[in-house]
Design a protein around this ligand. Structure first.
Ligand code: DGJ
Length: 712
């Protein structure tokens, strides 16, 4: 008995130490355990090398075995893993040999962070690795800094990723998200057989994501099972390698993509990579969603707007495309106000020469043919209606048919003697150049200063071509993508700082550039140009797996990609699972259509707090069923909103999908509490709703309903 109580005391102390100190240093000062709420990551020094020992369930860490691999795998020595770091020293030596030097526990944005310094055995340079612990989200974040501490000679960095982890011997499968324009974030699951599976973007655009899930093969339960997951916090070219060795271990390593890229580290200079976020859960895909989306919503989104309820938007793009003018926009704004919109946004077409996509980009002054009085007098009228005003911009691009390009043809990415490849009749401005940065900064500073703009939709529509910077020194030329991204972030951050009340939406021909780095700088994402409600159900299902609902703008539009003529009610219900917007030419709406919109927008305002800030649950996947069911539960677990979208309707038992039980089990409620369920008689315990479930009262293909479940 005495022994037992002693044991209990000791383990209690251990637990307390863990929760207070996310980073625990071994007695020998040569090992570290990094603990989150449920996970632990272990490192130790073996023969002067920093090695990763294990990563997984915190309770099972005691018996961790031999180290699985180097914390910073380098090109040098044995070639049994994928290097995170490859460099060439001034004398041509390209083999790296680092030794452990020292460690420090620092504070990064309020979180304990382990900083480990390694030095080269011979050459004057340091490799510093960082592991930040986000205990409440079961996440760790890794990044690397390299320093040339020498007095002469540059070090050529040929590859430098952000972080690597090794998983124990097992059979694994990978889920990742890829897509094309209009079909963003399609999930793919594949076995990781021996060899290397790479997912990468050489461009600045991708319609997928660097977010990934790795789990033991065949463990597909959505709510439980081990998953290692992560995402790269970077919006440029990125790469992830899943290196499965013949002995069974798996290395996951990722960061910037050094394809056609290098860095010259001059004496005395340093470079820090973007970070890669890793997580581990035993709660299946749902666990991944909860770790990632709550981290983004509670910590990553720009702090000025993080806790604000998102407004209902109107956007002019599908209504008017480039054909915008003051009179019609004011007419749209009037109806927008009438139906309950709060933010009126003019999309493309408002600036000089922009009659179609062949001209105008780069000349960021108002087109006085369309807005003879300028923007501000019209904005005042829109404000007088009681609406805030927003506008579309595409800073990073230029049309050759523009005053800017005529004056500065050398300001775009290009190579001498080579074609300048246009996409949508535009070229990419070389934002790595300081003069380009300054021009863009001045243009948008002026636009925001002179006009009462409260919302910016920041678009980016061309794929990467011709990444040449001919006037840069030869040894800087291949760093052009890195410098571009640095200035892109700087431009956004500077404007946000100067105009803190402005909301920013991230767009790249739909969802072409959505990632955690953008999430830390923009309040919203435009998930896709595909606003067909059925297609959208699939895109939104993936989006909401990885990103929070309060970042996902969805507009109700007349777009009908499959000519199904879906009812307005169905379209609204789909868009209400995120941040609701409207994109029709609403001046043409009948009174009946306006009434539907009024009712739906009023309903959205009543449920949006739970949708935007609640915990998301994907109850029924449209990929596996003839319907999709989403649920959001508020923090207090006193209110839940359930979205049901019927896709196909088939005779009972006609095929495997509808041989399953029609009952839907809810999640995330308080078992003991009694809830009312809109549309159903009586009250139900949380336990009943979660274990037995309810048959949702909804019939018919392409029908939808939104239910509120609450503690009365
Ligand atoms: C692409 C975006 O995805 C659309 O929403 C719209 O803003 C157009 N660009 C405007 O050119």
């Amino acid at each position: 008995m005495k022994r037992l109580s002693l044991f209990l005391t000791v383990s209690l102390i251990a637990v307390t130490v863990f929760s207070q100190n996310a980073i625990r240093v071994g007695d020998d000062g040569k090992s570290w355990t990094i603990a989150t709420r449920s996970t632990a990551y272990q490192l130790s020094i073996v023969n002067d090398e920093v090695r990763m020992v294990s990563y997984g369930n915190k309770r099972l860490m005691e018996n961790a075995g031999r180290p699985l691999g180097a914390e910073i795998p380098v090109r040098g020595g044995f070639v049994n893993s994928t290097p995170l770091l490859e460099a060439v020293f001034p004398d041509g030596v390209r083999d790296i040999e680092t030794v452990y030097q020292s460690y420090e526990i620092i504070n990064a944005d309020g979180y304990q962070t382990l900083k480990i310094i390694q030095c080269d055995k011979f050459y004057p340079w340091e490799v510093i690795s960082f592991i930040k612990v986000l205990p409440e989200y079961d996440l760790i974040e890794k990044w690397v800094e390299i320093r040339n501490t020498g007095k002469k000679g540059g070090i050529k960095v040929e590859n430098l990723l952000s972080g690597s982890i090794f998983l124990p011997k097992d059979a694994y499968e990978l889920t990742h998200y890829q897509g094309v324009w209009g079909f963003e974030f399609t999930p793919y699951t594949t076995k990781l057989t021996p060899g290397v599976k790479t997912i990468q973007v050489k461009d600045f655009k991708s319609y997928g994501s660097s977010s990934f899930l790795v789990r033991p093969e065949g463990e597909n339960d959505p709510y439980c099972g081990k998953v290692w997951f992560g995402s790269i916090k970077y919006s440029g070219n990125w790469r992830l390698d899943f290196d499965k060795s013949f002995n069974g271990t798996l290395q996951v390593v990722g960061g910037m993509n050094f394809w056609d890229q290098d860095l010259n580290l001059k004496p005395g200079s340093s470079f820090t990579t973007p970070s890669i976020v890793f997580g581990y859960t035993e709660k299946g895909t749902e666990g991944v969603t909860h770790c990632l989306t709550s981290y983004i919503r509670e910590k990553l989104l720009p702090s000025s707007h993080r806790d604000k309820i998102r407004p209902v938007l109107y956007n002019s793009w599908y209504a008017t495309t480039f054909n915008v003018n003051e009179e019609h926009q004011l007419a749209l704004a009037k109806v927008a106000k009438e139906i309950g919109v709060e933010m009126f946004v003019i999309d493309d077409g408002w600036f000089k020469g922009r009659v179609n996509d062949k001209a105008g980009l780069g000349d960021w002054t108002v087109d006085t043919n369309k807005f003879p009085n300028g923007l501000q007098p019209m904005i005042e009228k829109i404000n007088a209606l009681g609406l805030d005003f927003g506008i579309w911009i595409e800073p990073e691009m230029v049309n050759p048919n523009s005053d800017l390009y005529r004056a500065h043809p050398d300001w775009v990415f290009h190579f001498p003697n080579r074609q300048r490849h246009e996409g949508r009749n535009q070229l990419i401005l070389n934002l790595a150049r300081e003069d380009v940065y300054q021009y863009l900064y001045q243009s948008f500073h002026k636009l925001l200063k002179e006009n009462n703009i409260k919302f910016i939709k920041w678009d980016m529509n061309k794929q990467m071509t011709d990444p040449g910077f001919p006037s840069a020194p030869a040894d800087e030329q291949r760093a052009v993508r890195i410098r571009y991204m640095e200035n892109l972030y700087r431009l956004n951050e500077t404007l946000r700082k100067e105009f803190p009340e402005v909301w920013f939406e991230n767009c790249s021909s739909g969802g072409g550039r959505i990632d955690m780095a953008m999430n830390s700088r923009y309040d919203f994402n435009w998930a896709s140009d595909n606003t067909d409600p059925v297609e959208r159900i699939f895109i939104q299902d993936s989006y909401l797996t990885l990103f929070p609902a309060n970042t996902m703008i969805s507009w109700v539009t007349h777009e009908d990609w499959h000519r199904q003529h879906h009812p307005l009610e169905f379209k609204f219900d789909v868009c209400m699972a995120g941040v609701l917007g409207v994109g029709y030419d609403i001046t043409k709406w009948t009174e009946a259509e306006k009434d539907v919109a009024k009712e739906k927008i009023a309903r959205y305002k009543e449920i949006r707090k739970t949708v935007q800030t609640g915990t998301p649950y994907r109850l029924v996947s449209p990929h596996e069923n003839n319907r999709s069911v989403l649920q959001f539960v508020n923090k207090e677990q006193s209110e839940s909103i359930v979205f049901v979208y019927n896709l196909g309707e088939y005779p009972n038992n006609s095929f495997s999908e509808n041989r399953r039980s029609a009952l839907v089990q809810l999640r995330g409620l308080q078992p003991e509490a009694k809830y009312t369920f809109e549309g159903l008689e009586g009250t139900y315990s949380g336990d009943y709703l979660m274990k037995t479930g309810v048959e949702i009262p909804l019939r018919g293909a392409f029908k939808s309903r939104i239910f509120k479940i609450k503690v009365p």
